[in-house]
Design a protein around this ligand. Structure first.
Ligand code: ASP
Length: 435
C-alpha cells in the first residue's frame, strides 16, 4: 500500500491512512510512503539556494516546523524525527560551505522527506495500537545505480528485500523514492518515484496486489479539472497505463509498471480521500477490444519542422535530425516523417537557441510555439475504422497541425494551438464518452 504526498500531507490525512491500513490488516500490508506533499520541492529549493550562498535558515525552519507540527497534532514523541532533523540541518550547512549543490547532495537532501514521513506514519500507527516499524528502503536492501536523481534498481534488490522483510512481525512502513548505490551513497528514483518503490517491493515479496493510494479515483477518462463529467475507468491493461503515463497522465510513474507487469501483479489505484471508491485496476492484459480509454494532453510544447534544403532523396536526413536532438539530450515526443522533411514536437523548455542553431545546419527550420498535444489513448485504436474521422469532425474549426498514431495502436495524438487545448479535450470527451 503506497501513500503519496497528498495522502500524508496533513495530520488528518495521516489518520485516514492509519484507518485504511487498519481495515486491511488481514492482507498483511506493507506500507510505502512519500514525503509530506510539497516537501521534496522545498528541500530541492533549500539545497540550491544554500549552494548559491543565500541564508536558508527560515526555509529550513519552515520545513522542520511542518514536521514537528504534524508530530504535535498527532500526539507523538518529538524524538522520532530528531536524528533526521539534526542530520538534515547539518547537510544544509555543508552545502552552504561547499557552495555547490552536487547531484549527490541533492539526493541525500531529498531523502529526508521520505525518512521523516515514514517515521511519523509508523509512530502514528503505533499510537493506534498497530504494530508498525519505519524502515529506510536501503536498509532493507534497495540498491540502485549511482545515477543521482534518476537511479534504477539493481537486480540484487529483489532478493535483498525479500530477505529483509522475511520474519518481520510489525507492519513495515518503508520510505518510497530512495535507495543507495553499491558504494553507499543515497540515491533517488526520479520524481514521483515512490510508486516505483512500491512496485519493486510488491514484486520482491510476490504481493497479491499493489495499491497506489493517491488523491483521485484512479485513472480518469480525462483531466477532471477540464472535463466536469470525466469518470474513472474500472480496468486498464498495463500497456494502456504505461501509454497514459508516458503521455502525461500524472496518475502513475512510467517506470512503476515494469516490476509489476513482469510479475503479473495487479496494481490498484485508489483514492485516500474517497477510500470506498474501487478506483482503477491495472492488469497484465484485459480483453476490451478496440476502445478509447482516456484523453490526455500536454501543453507548452513546440512543433518543429525541419525540411530538406538539398535534394529530396538526400540520404540519412531523418537520422541527422534525430541525432541533433539526441546530442543535446532533448527527448522527442511526436514525430511525423515525409519525403520533404520531418516534424517533431518537444517540450518548450528544451527549445534553446543552441538547439535551433544545430538544427539549421541540417535543414530549413520552422518553429511553432504555444502548441499542445492532445492524445486519445486506448486499445487497438488502429482497428477503430472511423477514429480519425470522428476526431476531425468533433474538432471542427480547430486546425490540426500534426497527427501521429503509435504503432502499438495505443494512442492517436494531434498537435493544435495551445489556446484550443481545453476545448479540444472537452469536445473529444463528449464525442467518445457520452455515447
Ligand atoms: N517525494 C518524491 C517526489 O515528490 C517522490 C514521490 O512522491 O513519489 O517526487
Amino acid at each position: 500500500m503506497k501513500f503519496g504526498g497528498t495522502s500524508v500531507g496533513s495530520a488528518g490525512r495521516i489518520l485516514d491512512v492509519v484507518g485504511i491500513v487498519k481495515s486491511q490488516l488481514c492482507n498483511e500490508p506493507i506500507v510505502v510512503v512519500s514525503a509530506l506533499g510539497g516537501v521534496t520541492d522545498s528541500l530541492i529549493n533549500i539545497g540550491n539556494e544554500s549552494a548559491s550562498g543565500k541564508d536558508v535558515s527560515l526555509m529550513l525552519e519552515q520545513v522542520i516546523d511542518r514536521h514537528y507540527e504534524m508530530v504535535n497534532r498527532l500526539n507523538l514523541d518529538k524524538k522520532i524525527i530528531a536524528k533526521e532533523v539534526e542530520q538534515l540541518s547539518r547537510l544544509v550547512g555543508e552545502i552552504f560551505l561547499l557552495g555547490e549543490a552536487t547531484p549527490r547532495n541533492i539526493d541525500k537532501l531529498m531523502s529526508f522527506g521520505e525518512r521523516m514521513s515514514a517515521r511519523i506514519v509508523a509512530a502514528c500507527m503505533r499510537s493506534f495500537g498497530l504494530h508498525a516499524q519505519a524502515y529506510d528502503a536501503y536498509d532493507l536492501g534497495m540498491t540502485t545505480t549511482p545515477n543521482f536523481g534518476d537511479a534504477d534498481v539493481l537486480p540484487e534488490t529483489y532478493q535483498n528485500i525479500r530477505e529483509g522483510l522475511a520474519n518481520k512481525k510489525e507492519i513495515p512502513v518503508i520510505t518510497g523514492f530512495i535507495g543507495k548505490s553499491r558504494n553507499g551513497d543515497i540515491t533517488t528514483l526520479g520524481r514521483g518515484g515512490s510508486d516505483y518503490t512500491a512496485s519493486i517491493i510488491g514484486a520482491a515479496v510476490g504481493a497479491r496486489e499493489i495499491q497506489i493510494w493517491t488523491d483521485v479515483n484512479g485513472i480518469m477518462t480525462a483531466d477532471p479539472k477540464i472535463v466536469k463529467t470525466a469518470r474513472s475507468v474500472d480496468e486498464v491493461s498495463y500497456k494502456e497505463a504505461a501509454e497514459l503515463a508516458m503521455l502525461g497522465a500524472k496518475v502513475l510513474h512510467p517506470k512503476t509498471i515494469l516490476p509489476a507487469v513482469e510479475n503479473n501483479i495487479p496494481v490498484r489505484i485508489l483514492n485516500t480521500f474517497n477510500p470506498r471508491h474501487r478506483g482503477t485496476l491495472v492488469l497484465n492484459s484485459i480483453s476490451t477490444g478496440s476502445r478509447v480509454t482516456s484523453i490526455t494532453y500536454k501543453k507548452h510544447i513546440l512543433a518543429i519542422s525541419i525540411s530538406k534544403s538539398g535534394k529530396l532523396d538526400e540520404k540519412g536526413f531523418l537520422k541527422k535530425v534525430l541525432e541533433t536532438f539526441d546530442r543535446r539530450g532533448v527527448p522527442v515526443d511526436l514525430i511525423s516523417n515525409s519525403k520533404i522533411g520531418v516534424s517533431v514536437t518537444i517540450d518548450e523548455k528544451y527549445g534553446t537557441v543552441e538547439l535551433m542553431d544545430d538544427l539549421k545546419k541540417v535543414g530549413k527550420v520552422e518553429v511553432k510555439s504555444n502548441r499542445a498535444r492532445v492524445s486519445l489513448v486506448g486499445n487497438d485504436l488502429l482497428y477503430m475504422p472511423d477514429i480519425l474521422e470522428t476526431m476531425y469532425s468533433s474538432l471542427k474549426r480547430i486546425r490540426i497541425e500534426m497527427v501521429s498514431s503509435s504503432i502499438s495502436e495505443k494512442n492517436t495524438s494531434i498537435v493544435i494551438e495551445e489556446k484550443y487545448a481545453d476545448s479540444a479535450v472537452k469536445r473529444l470527451h463528449t464525442t467518445f464518452f457520452s455515447r
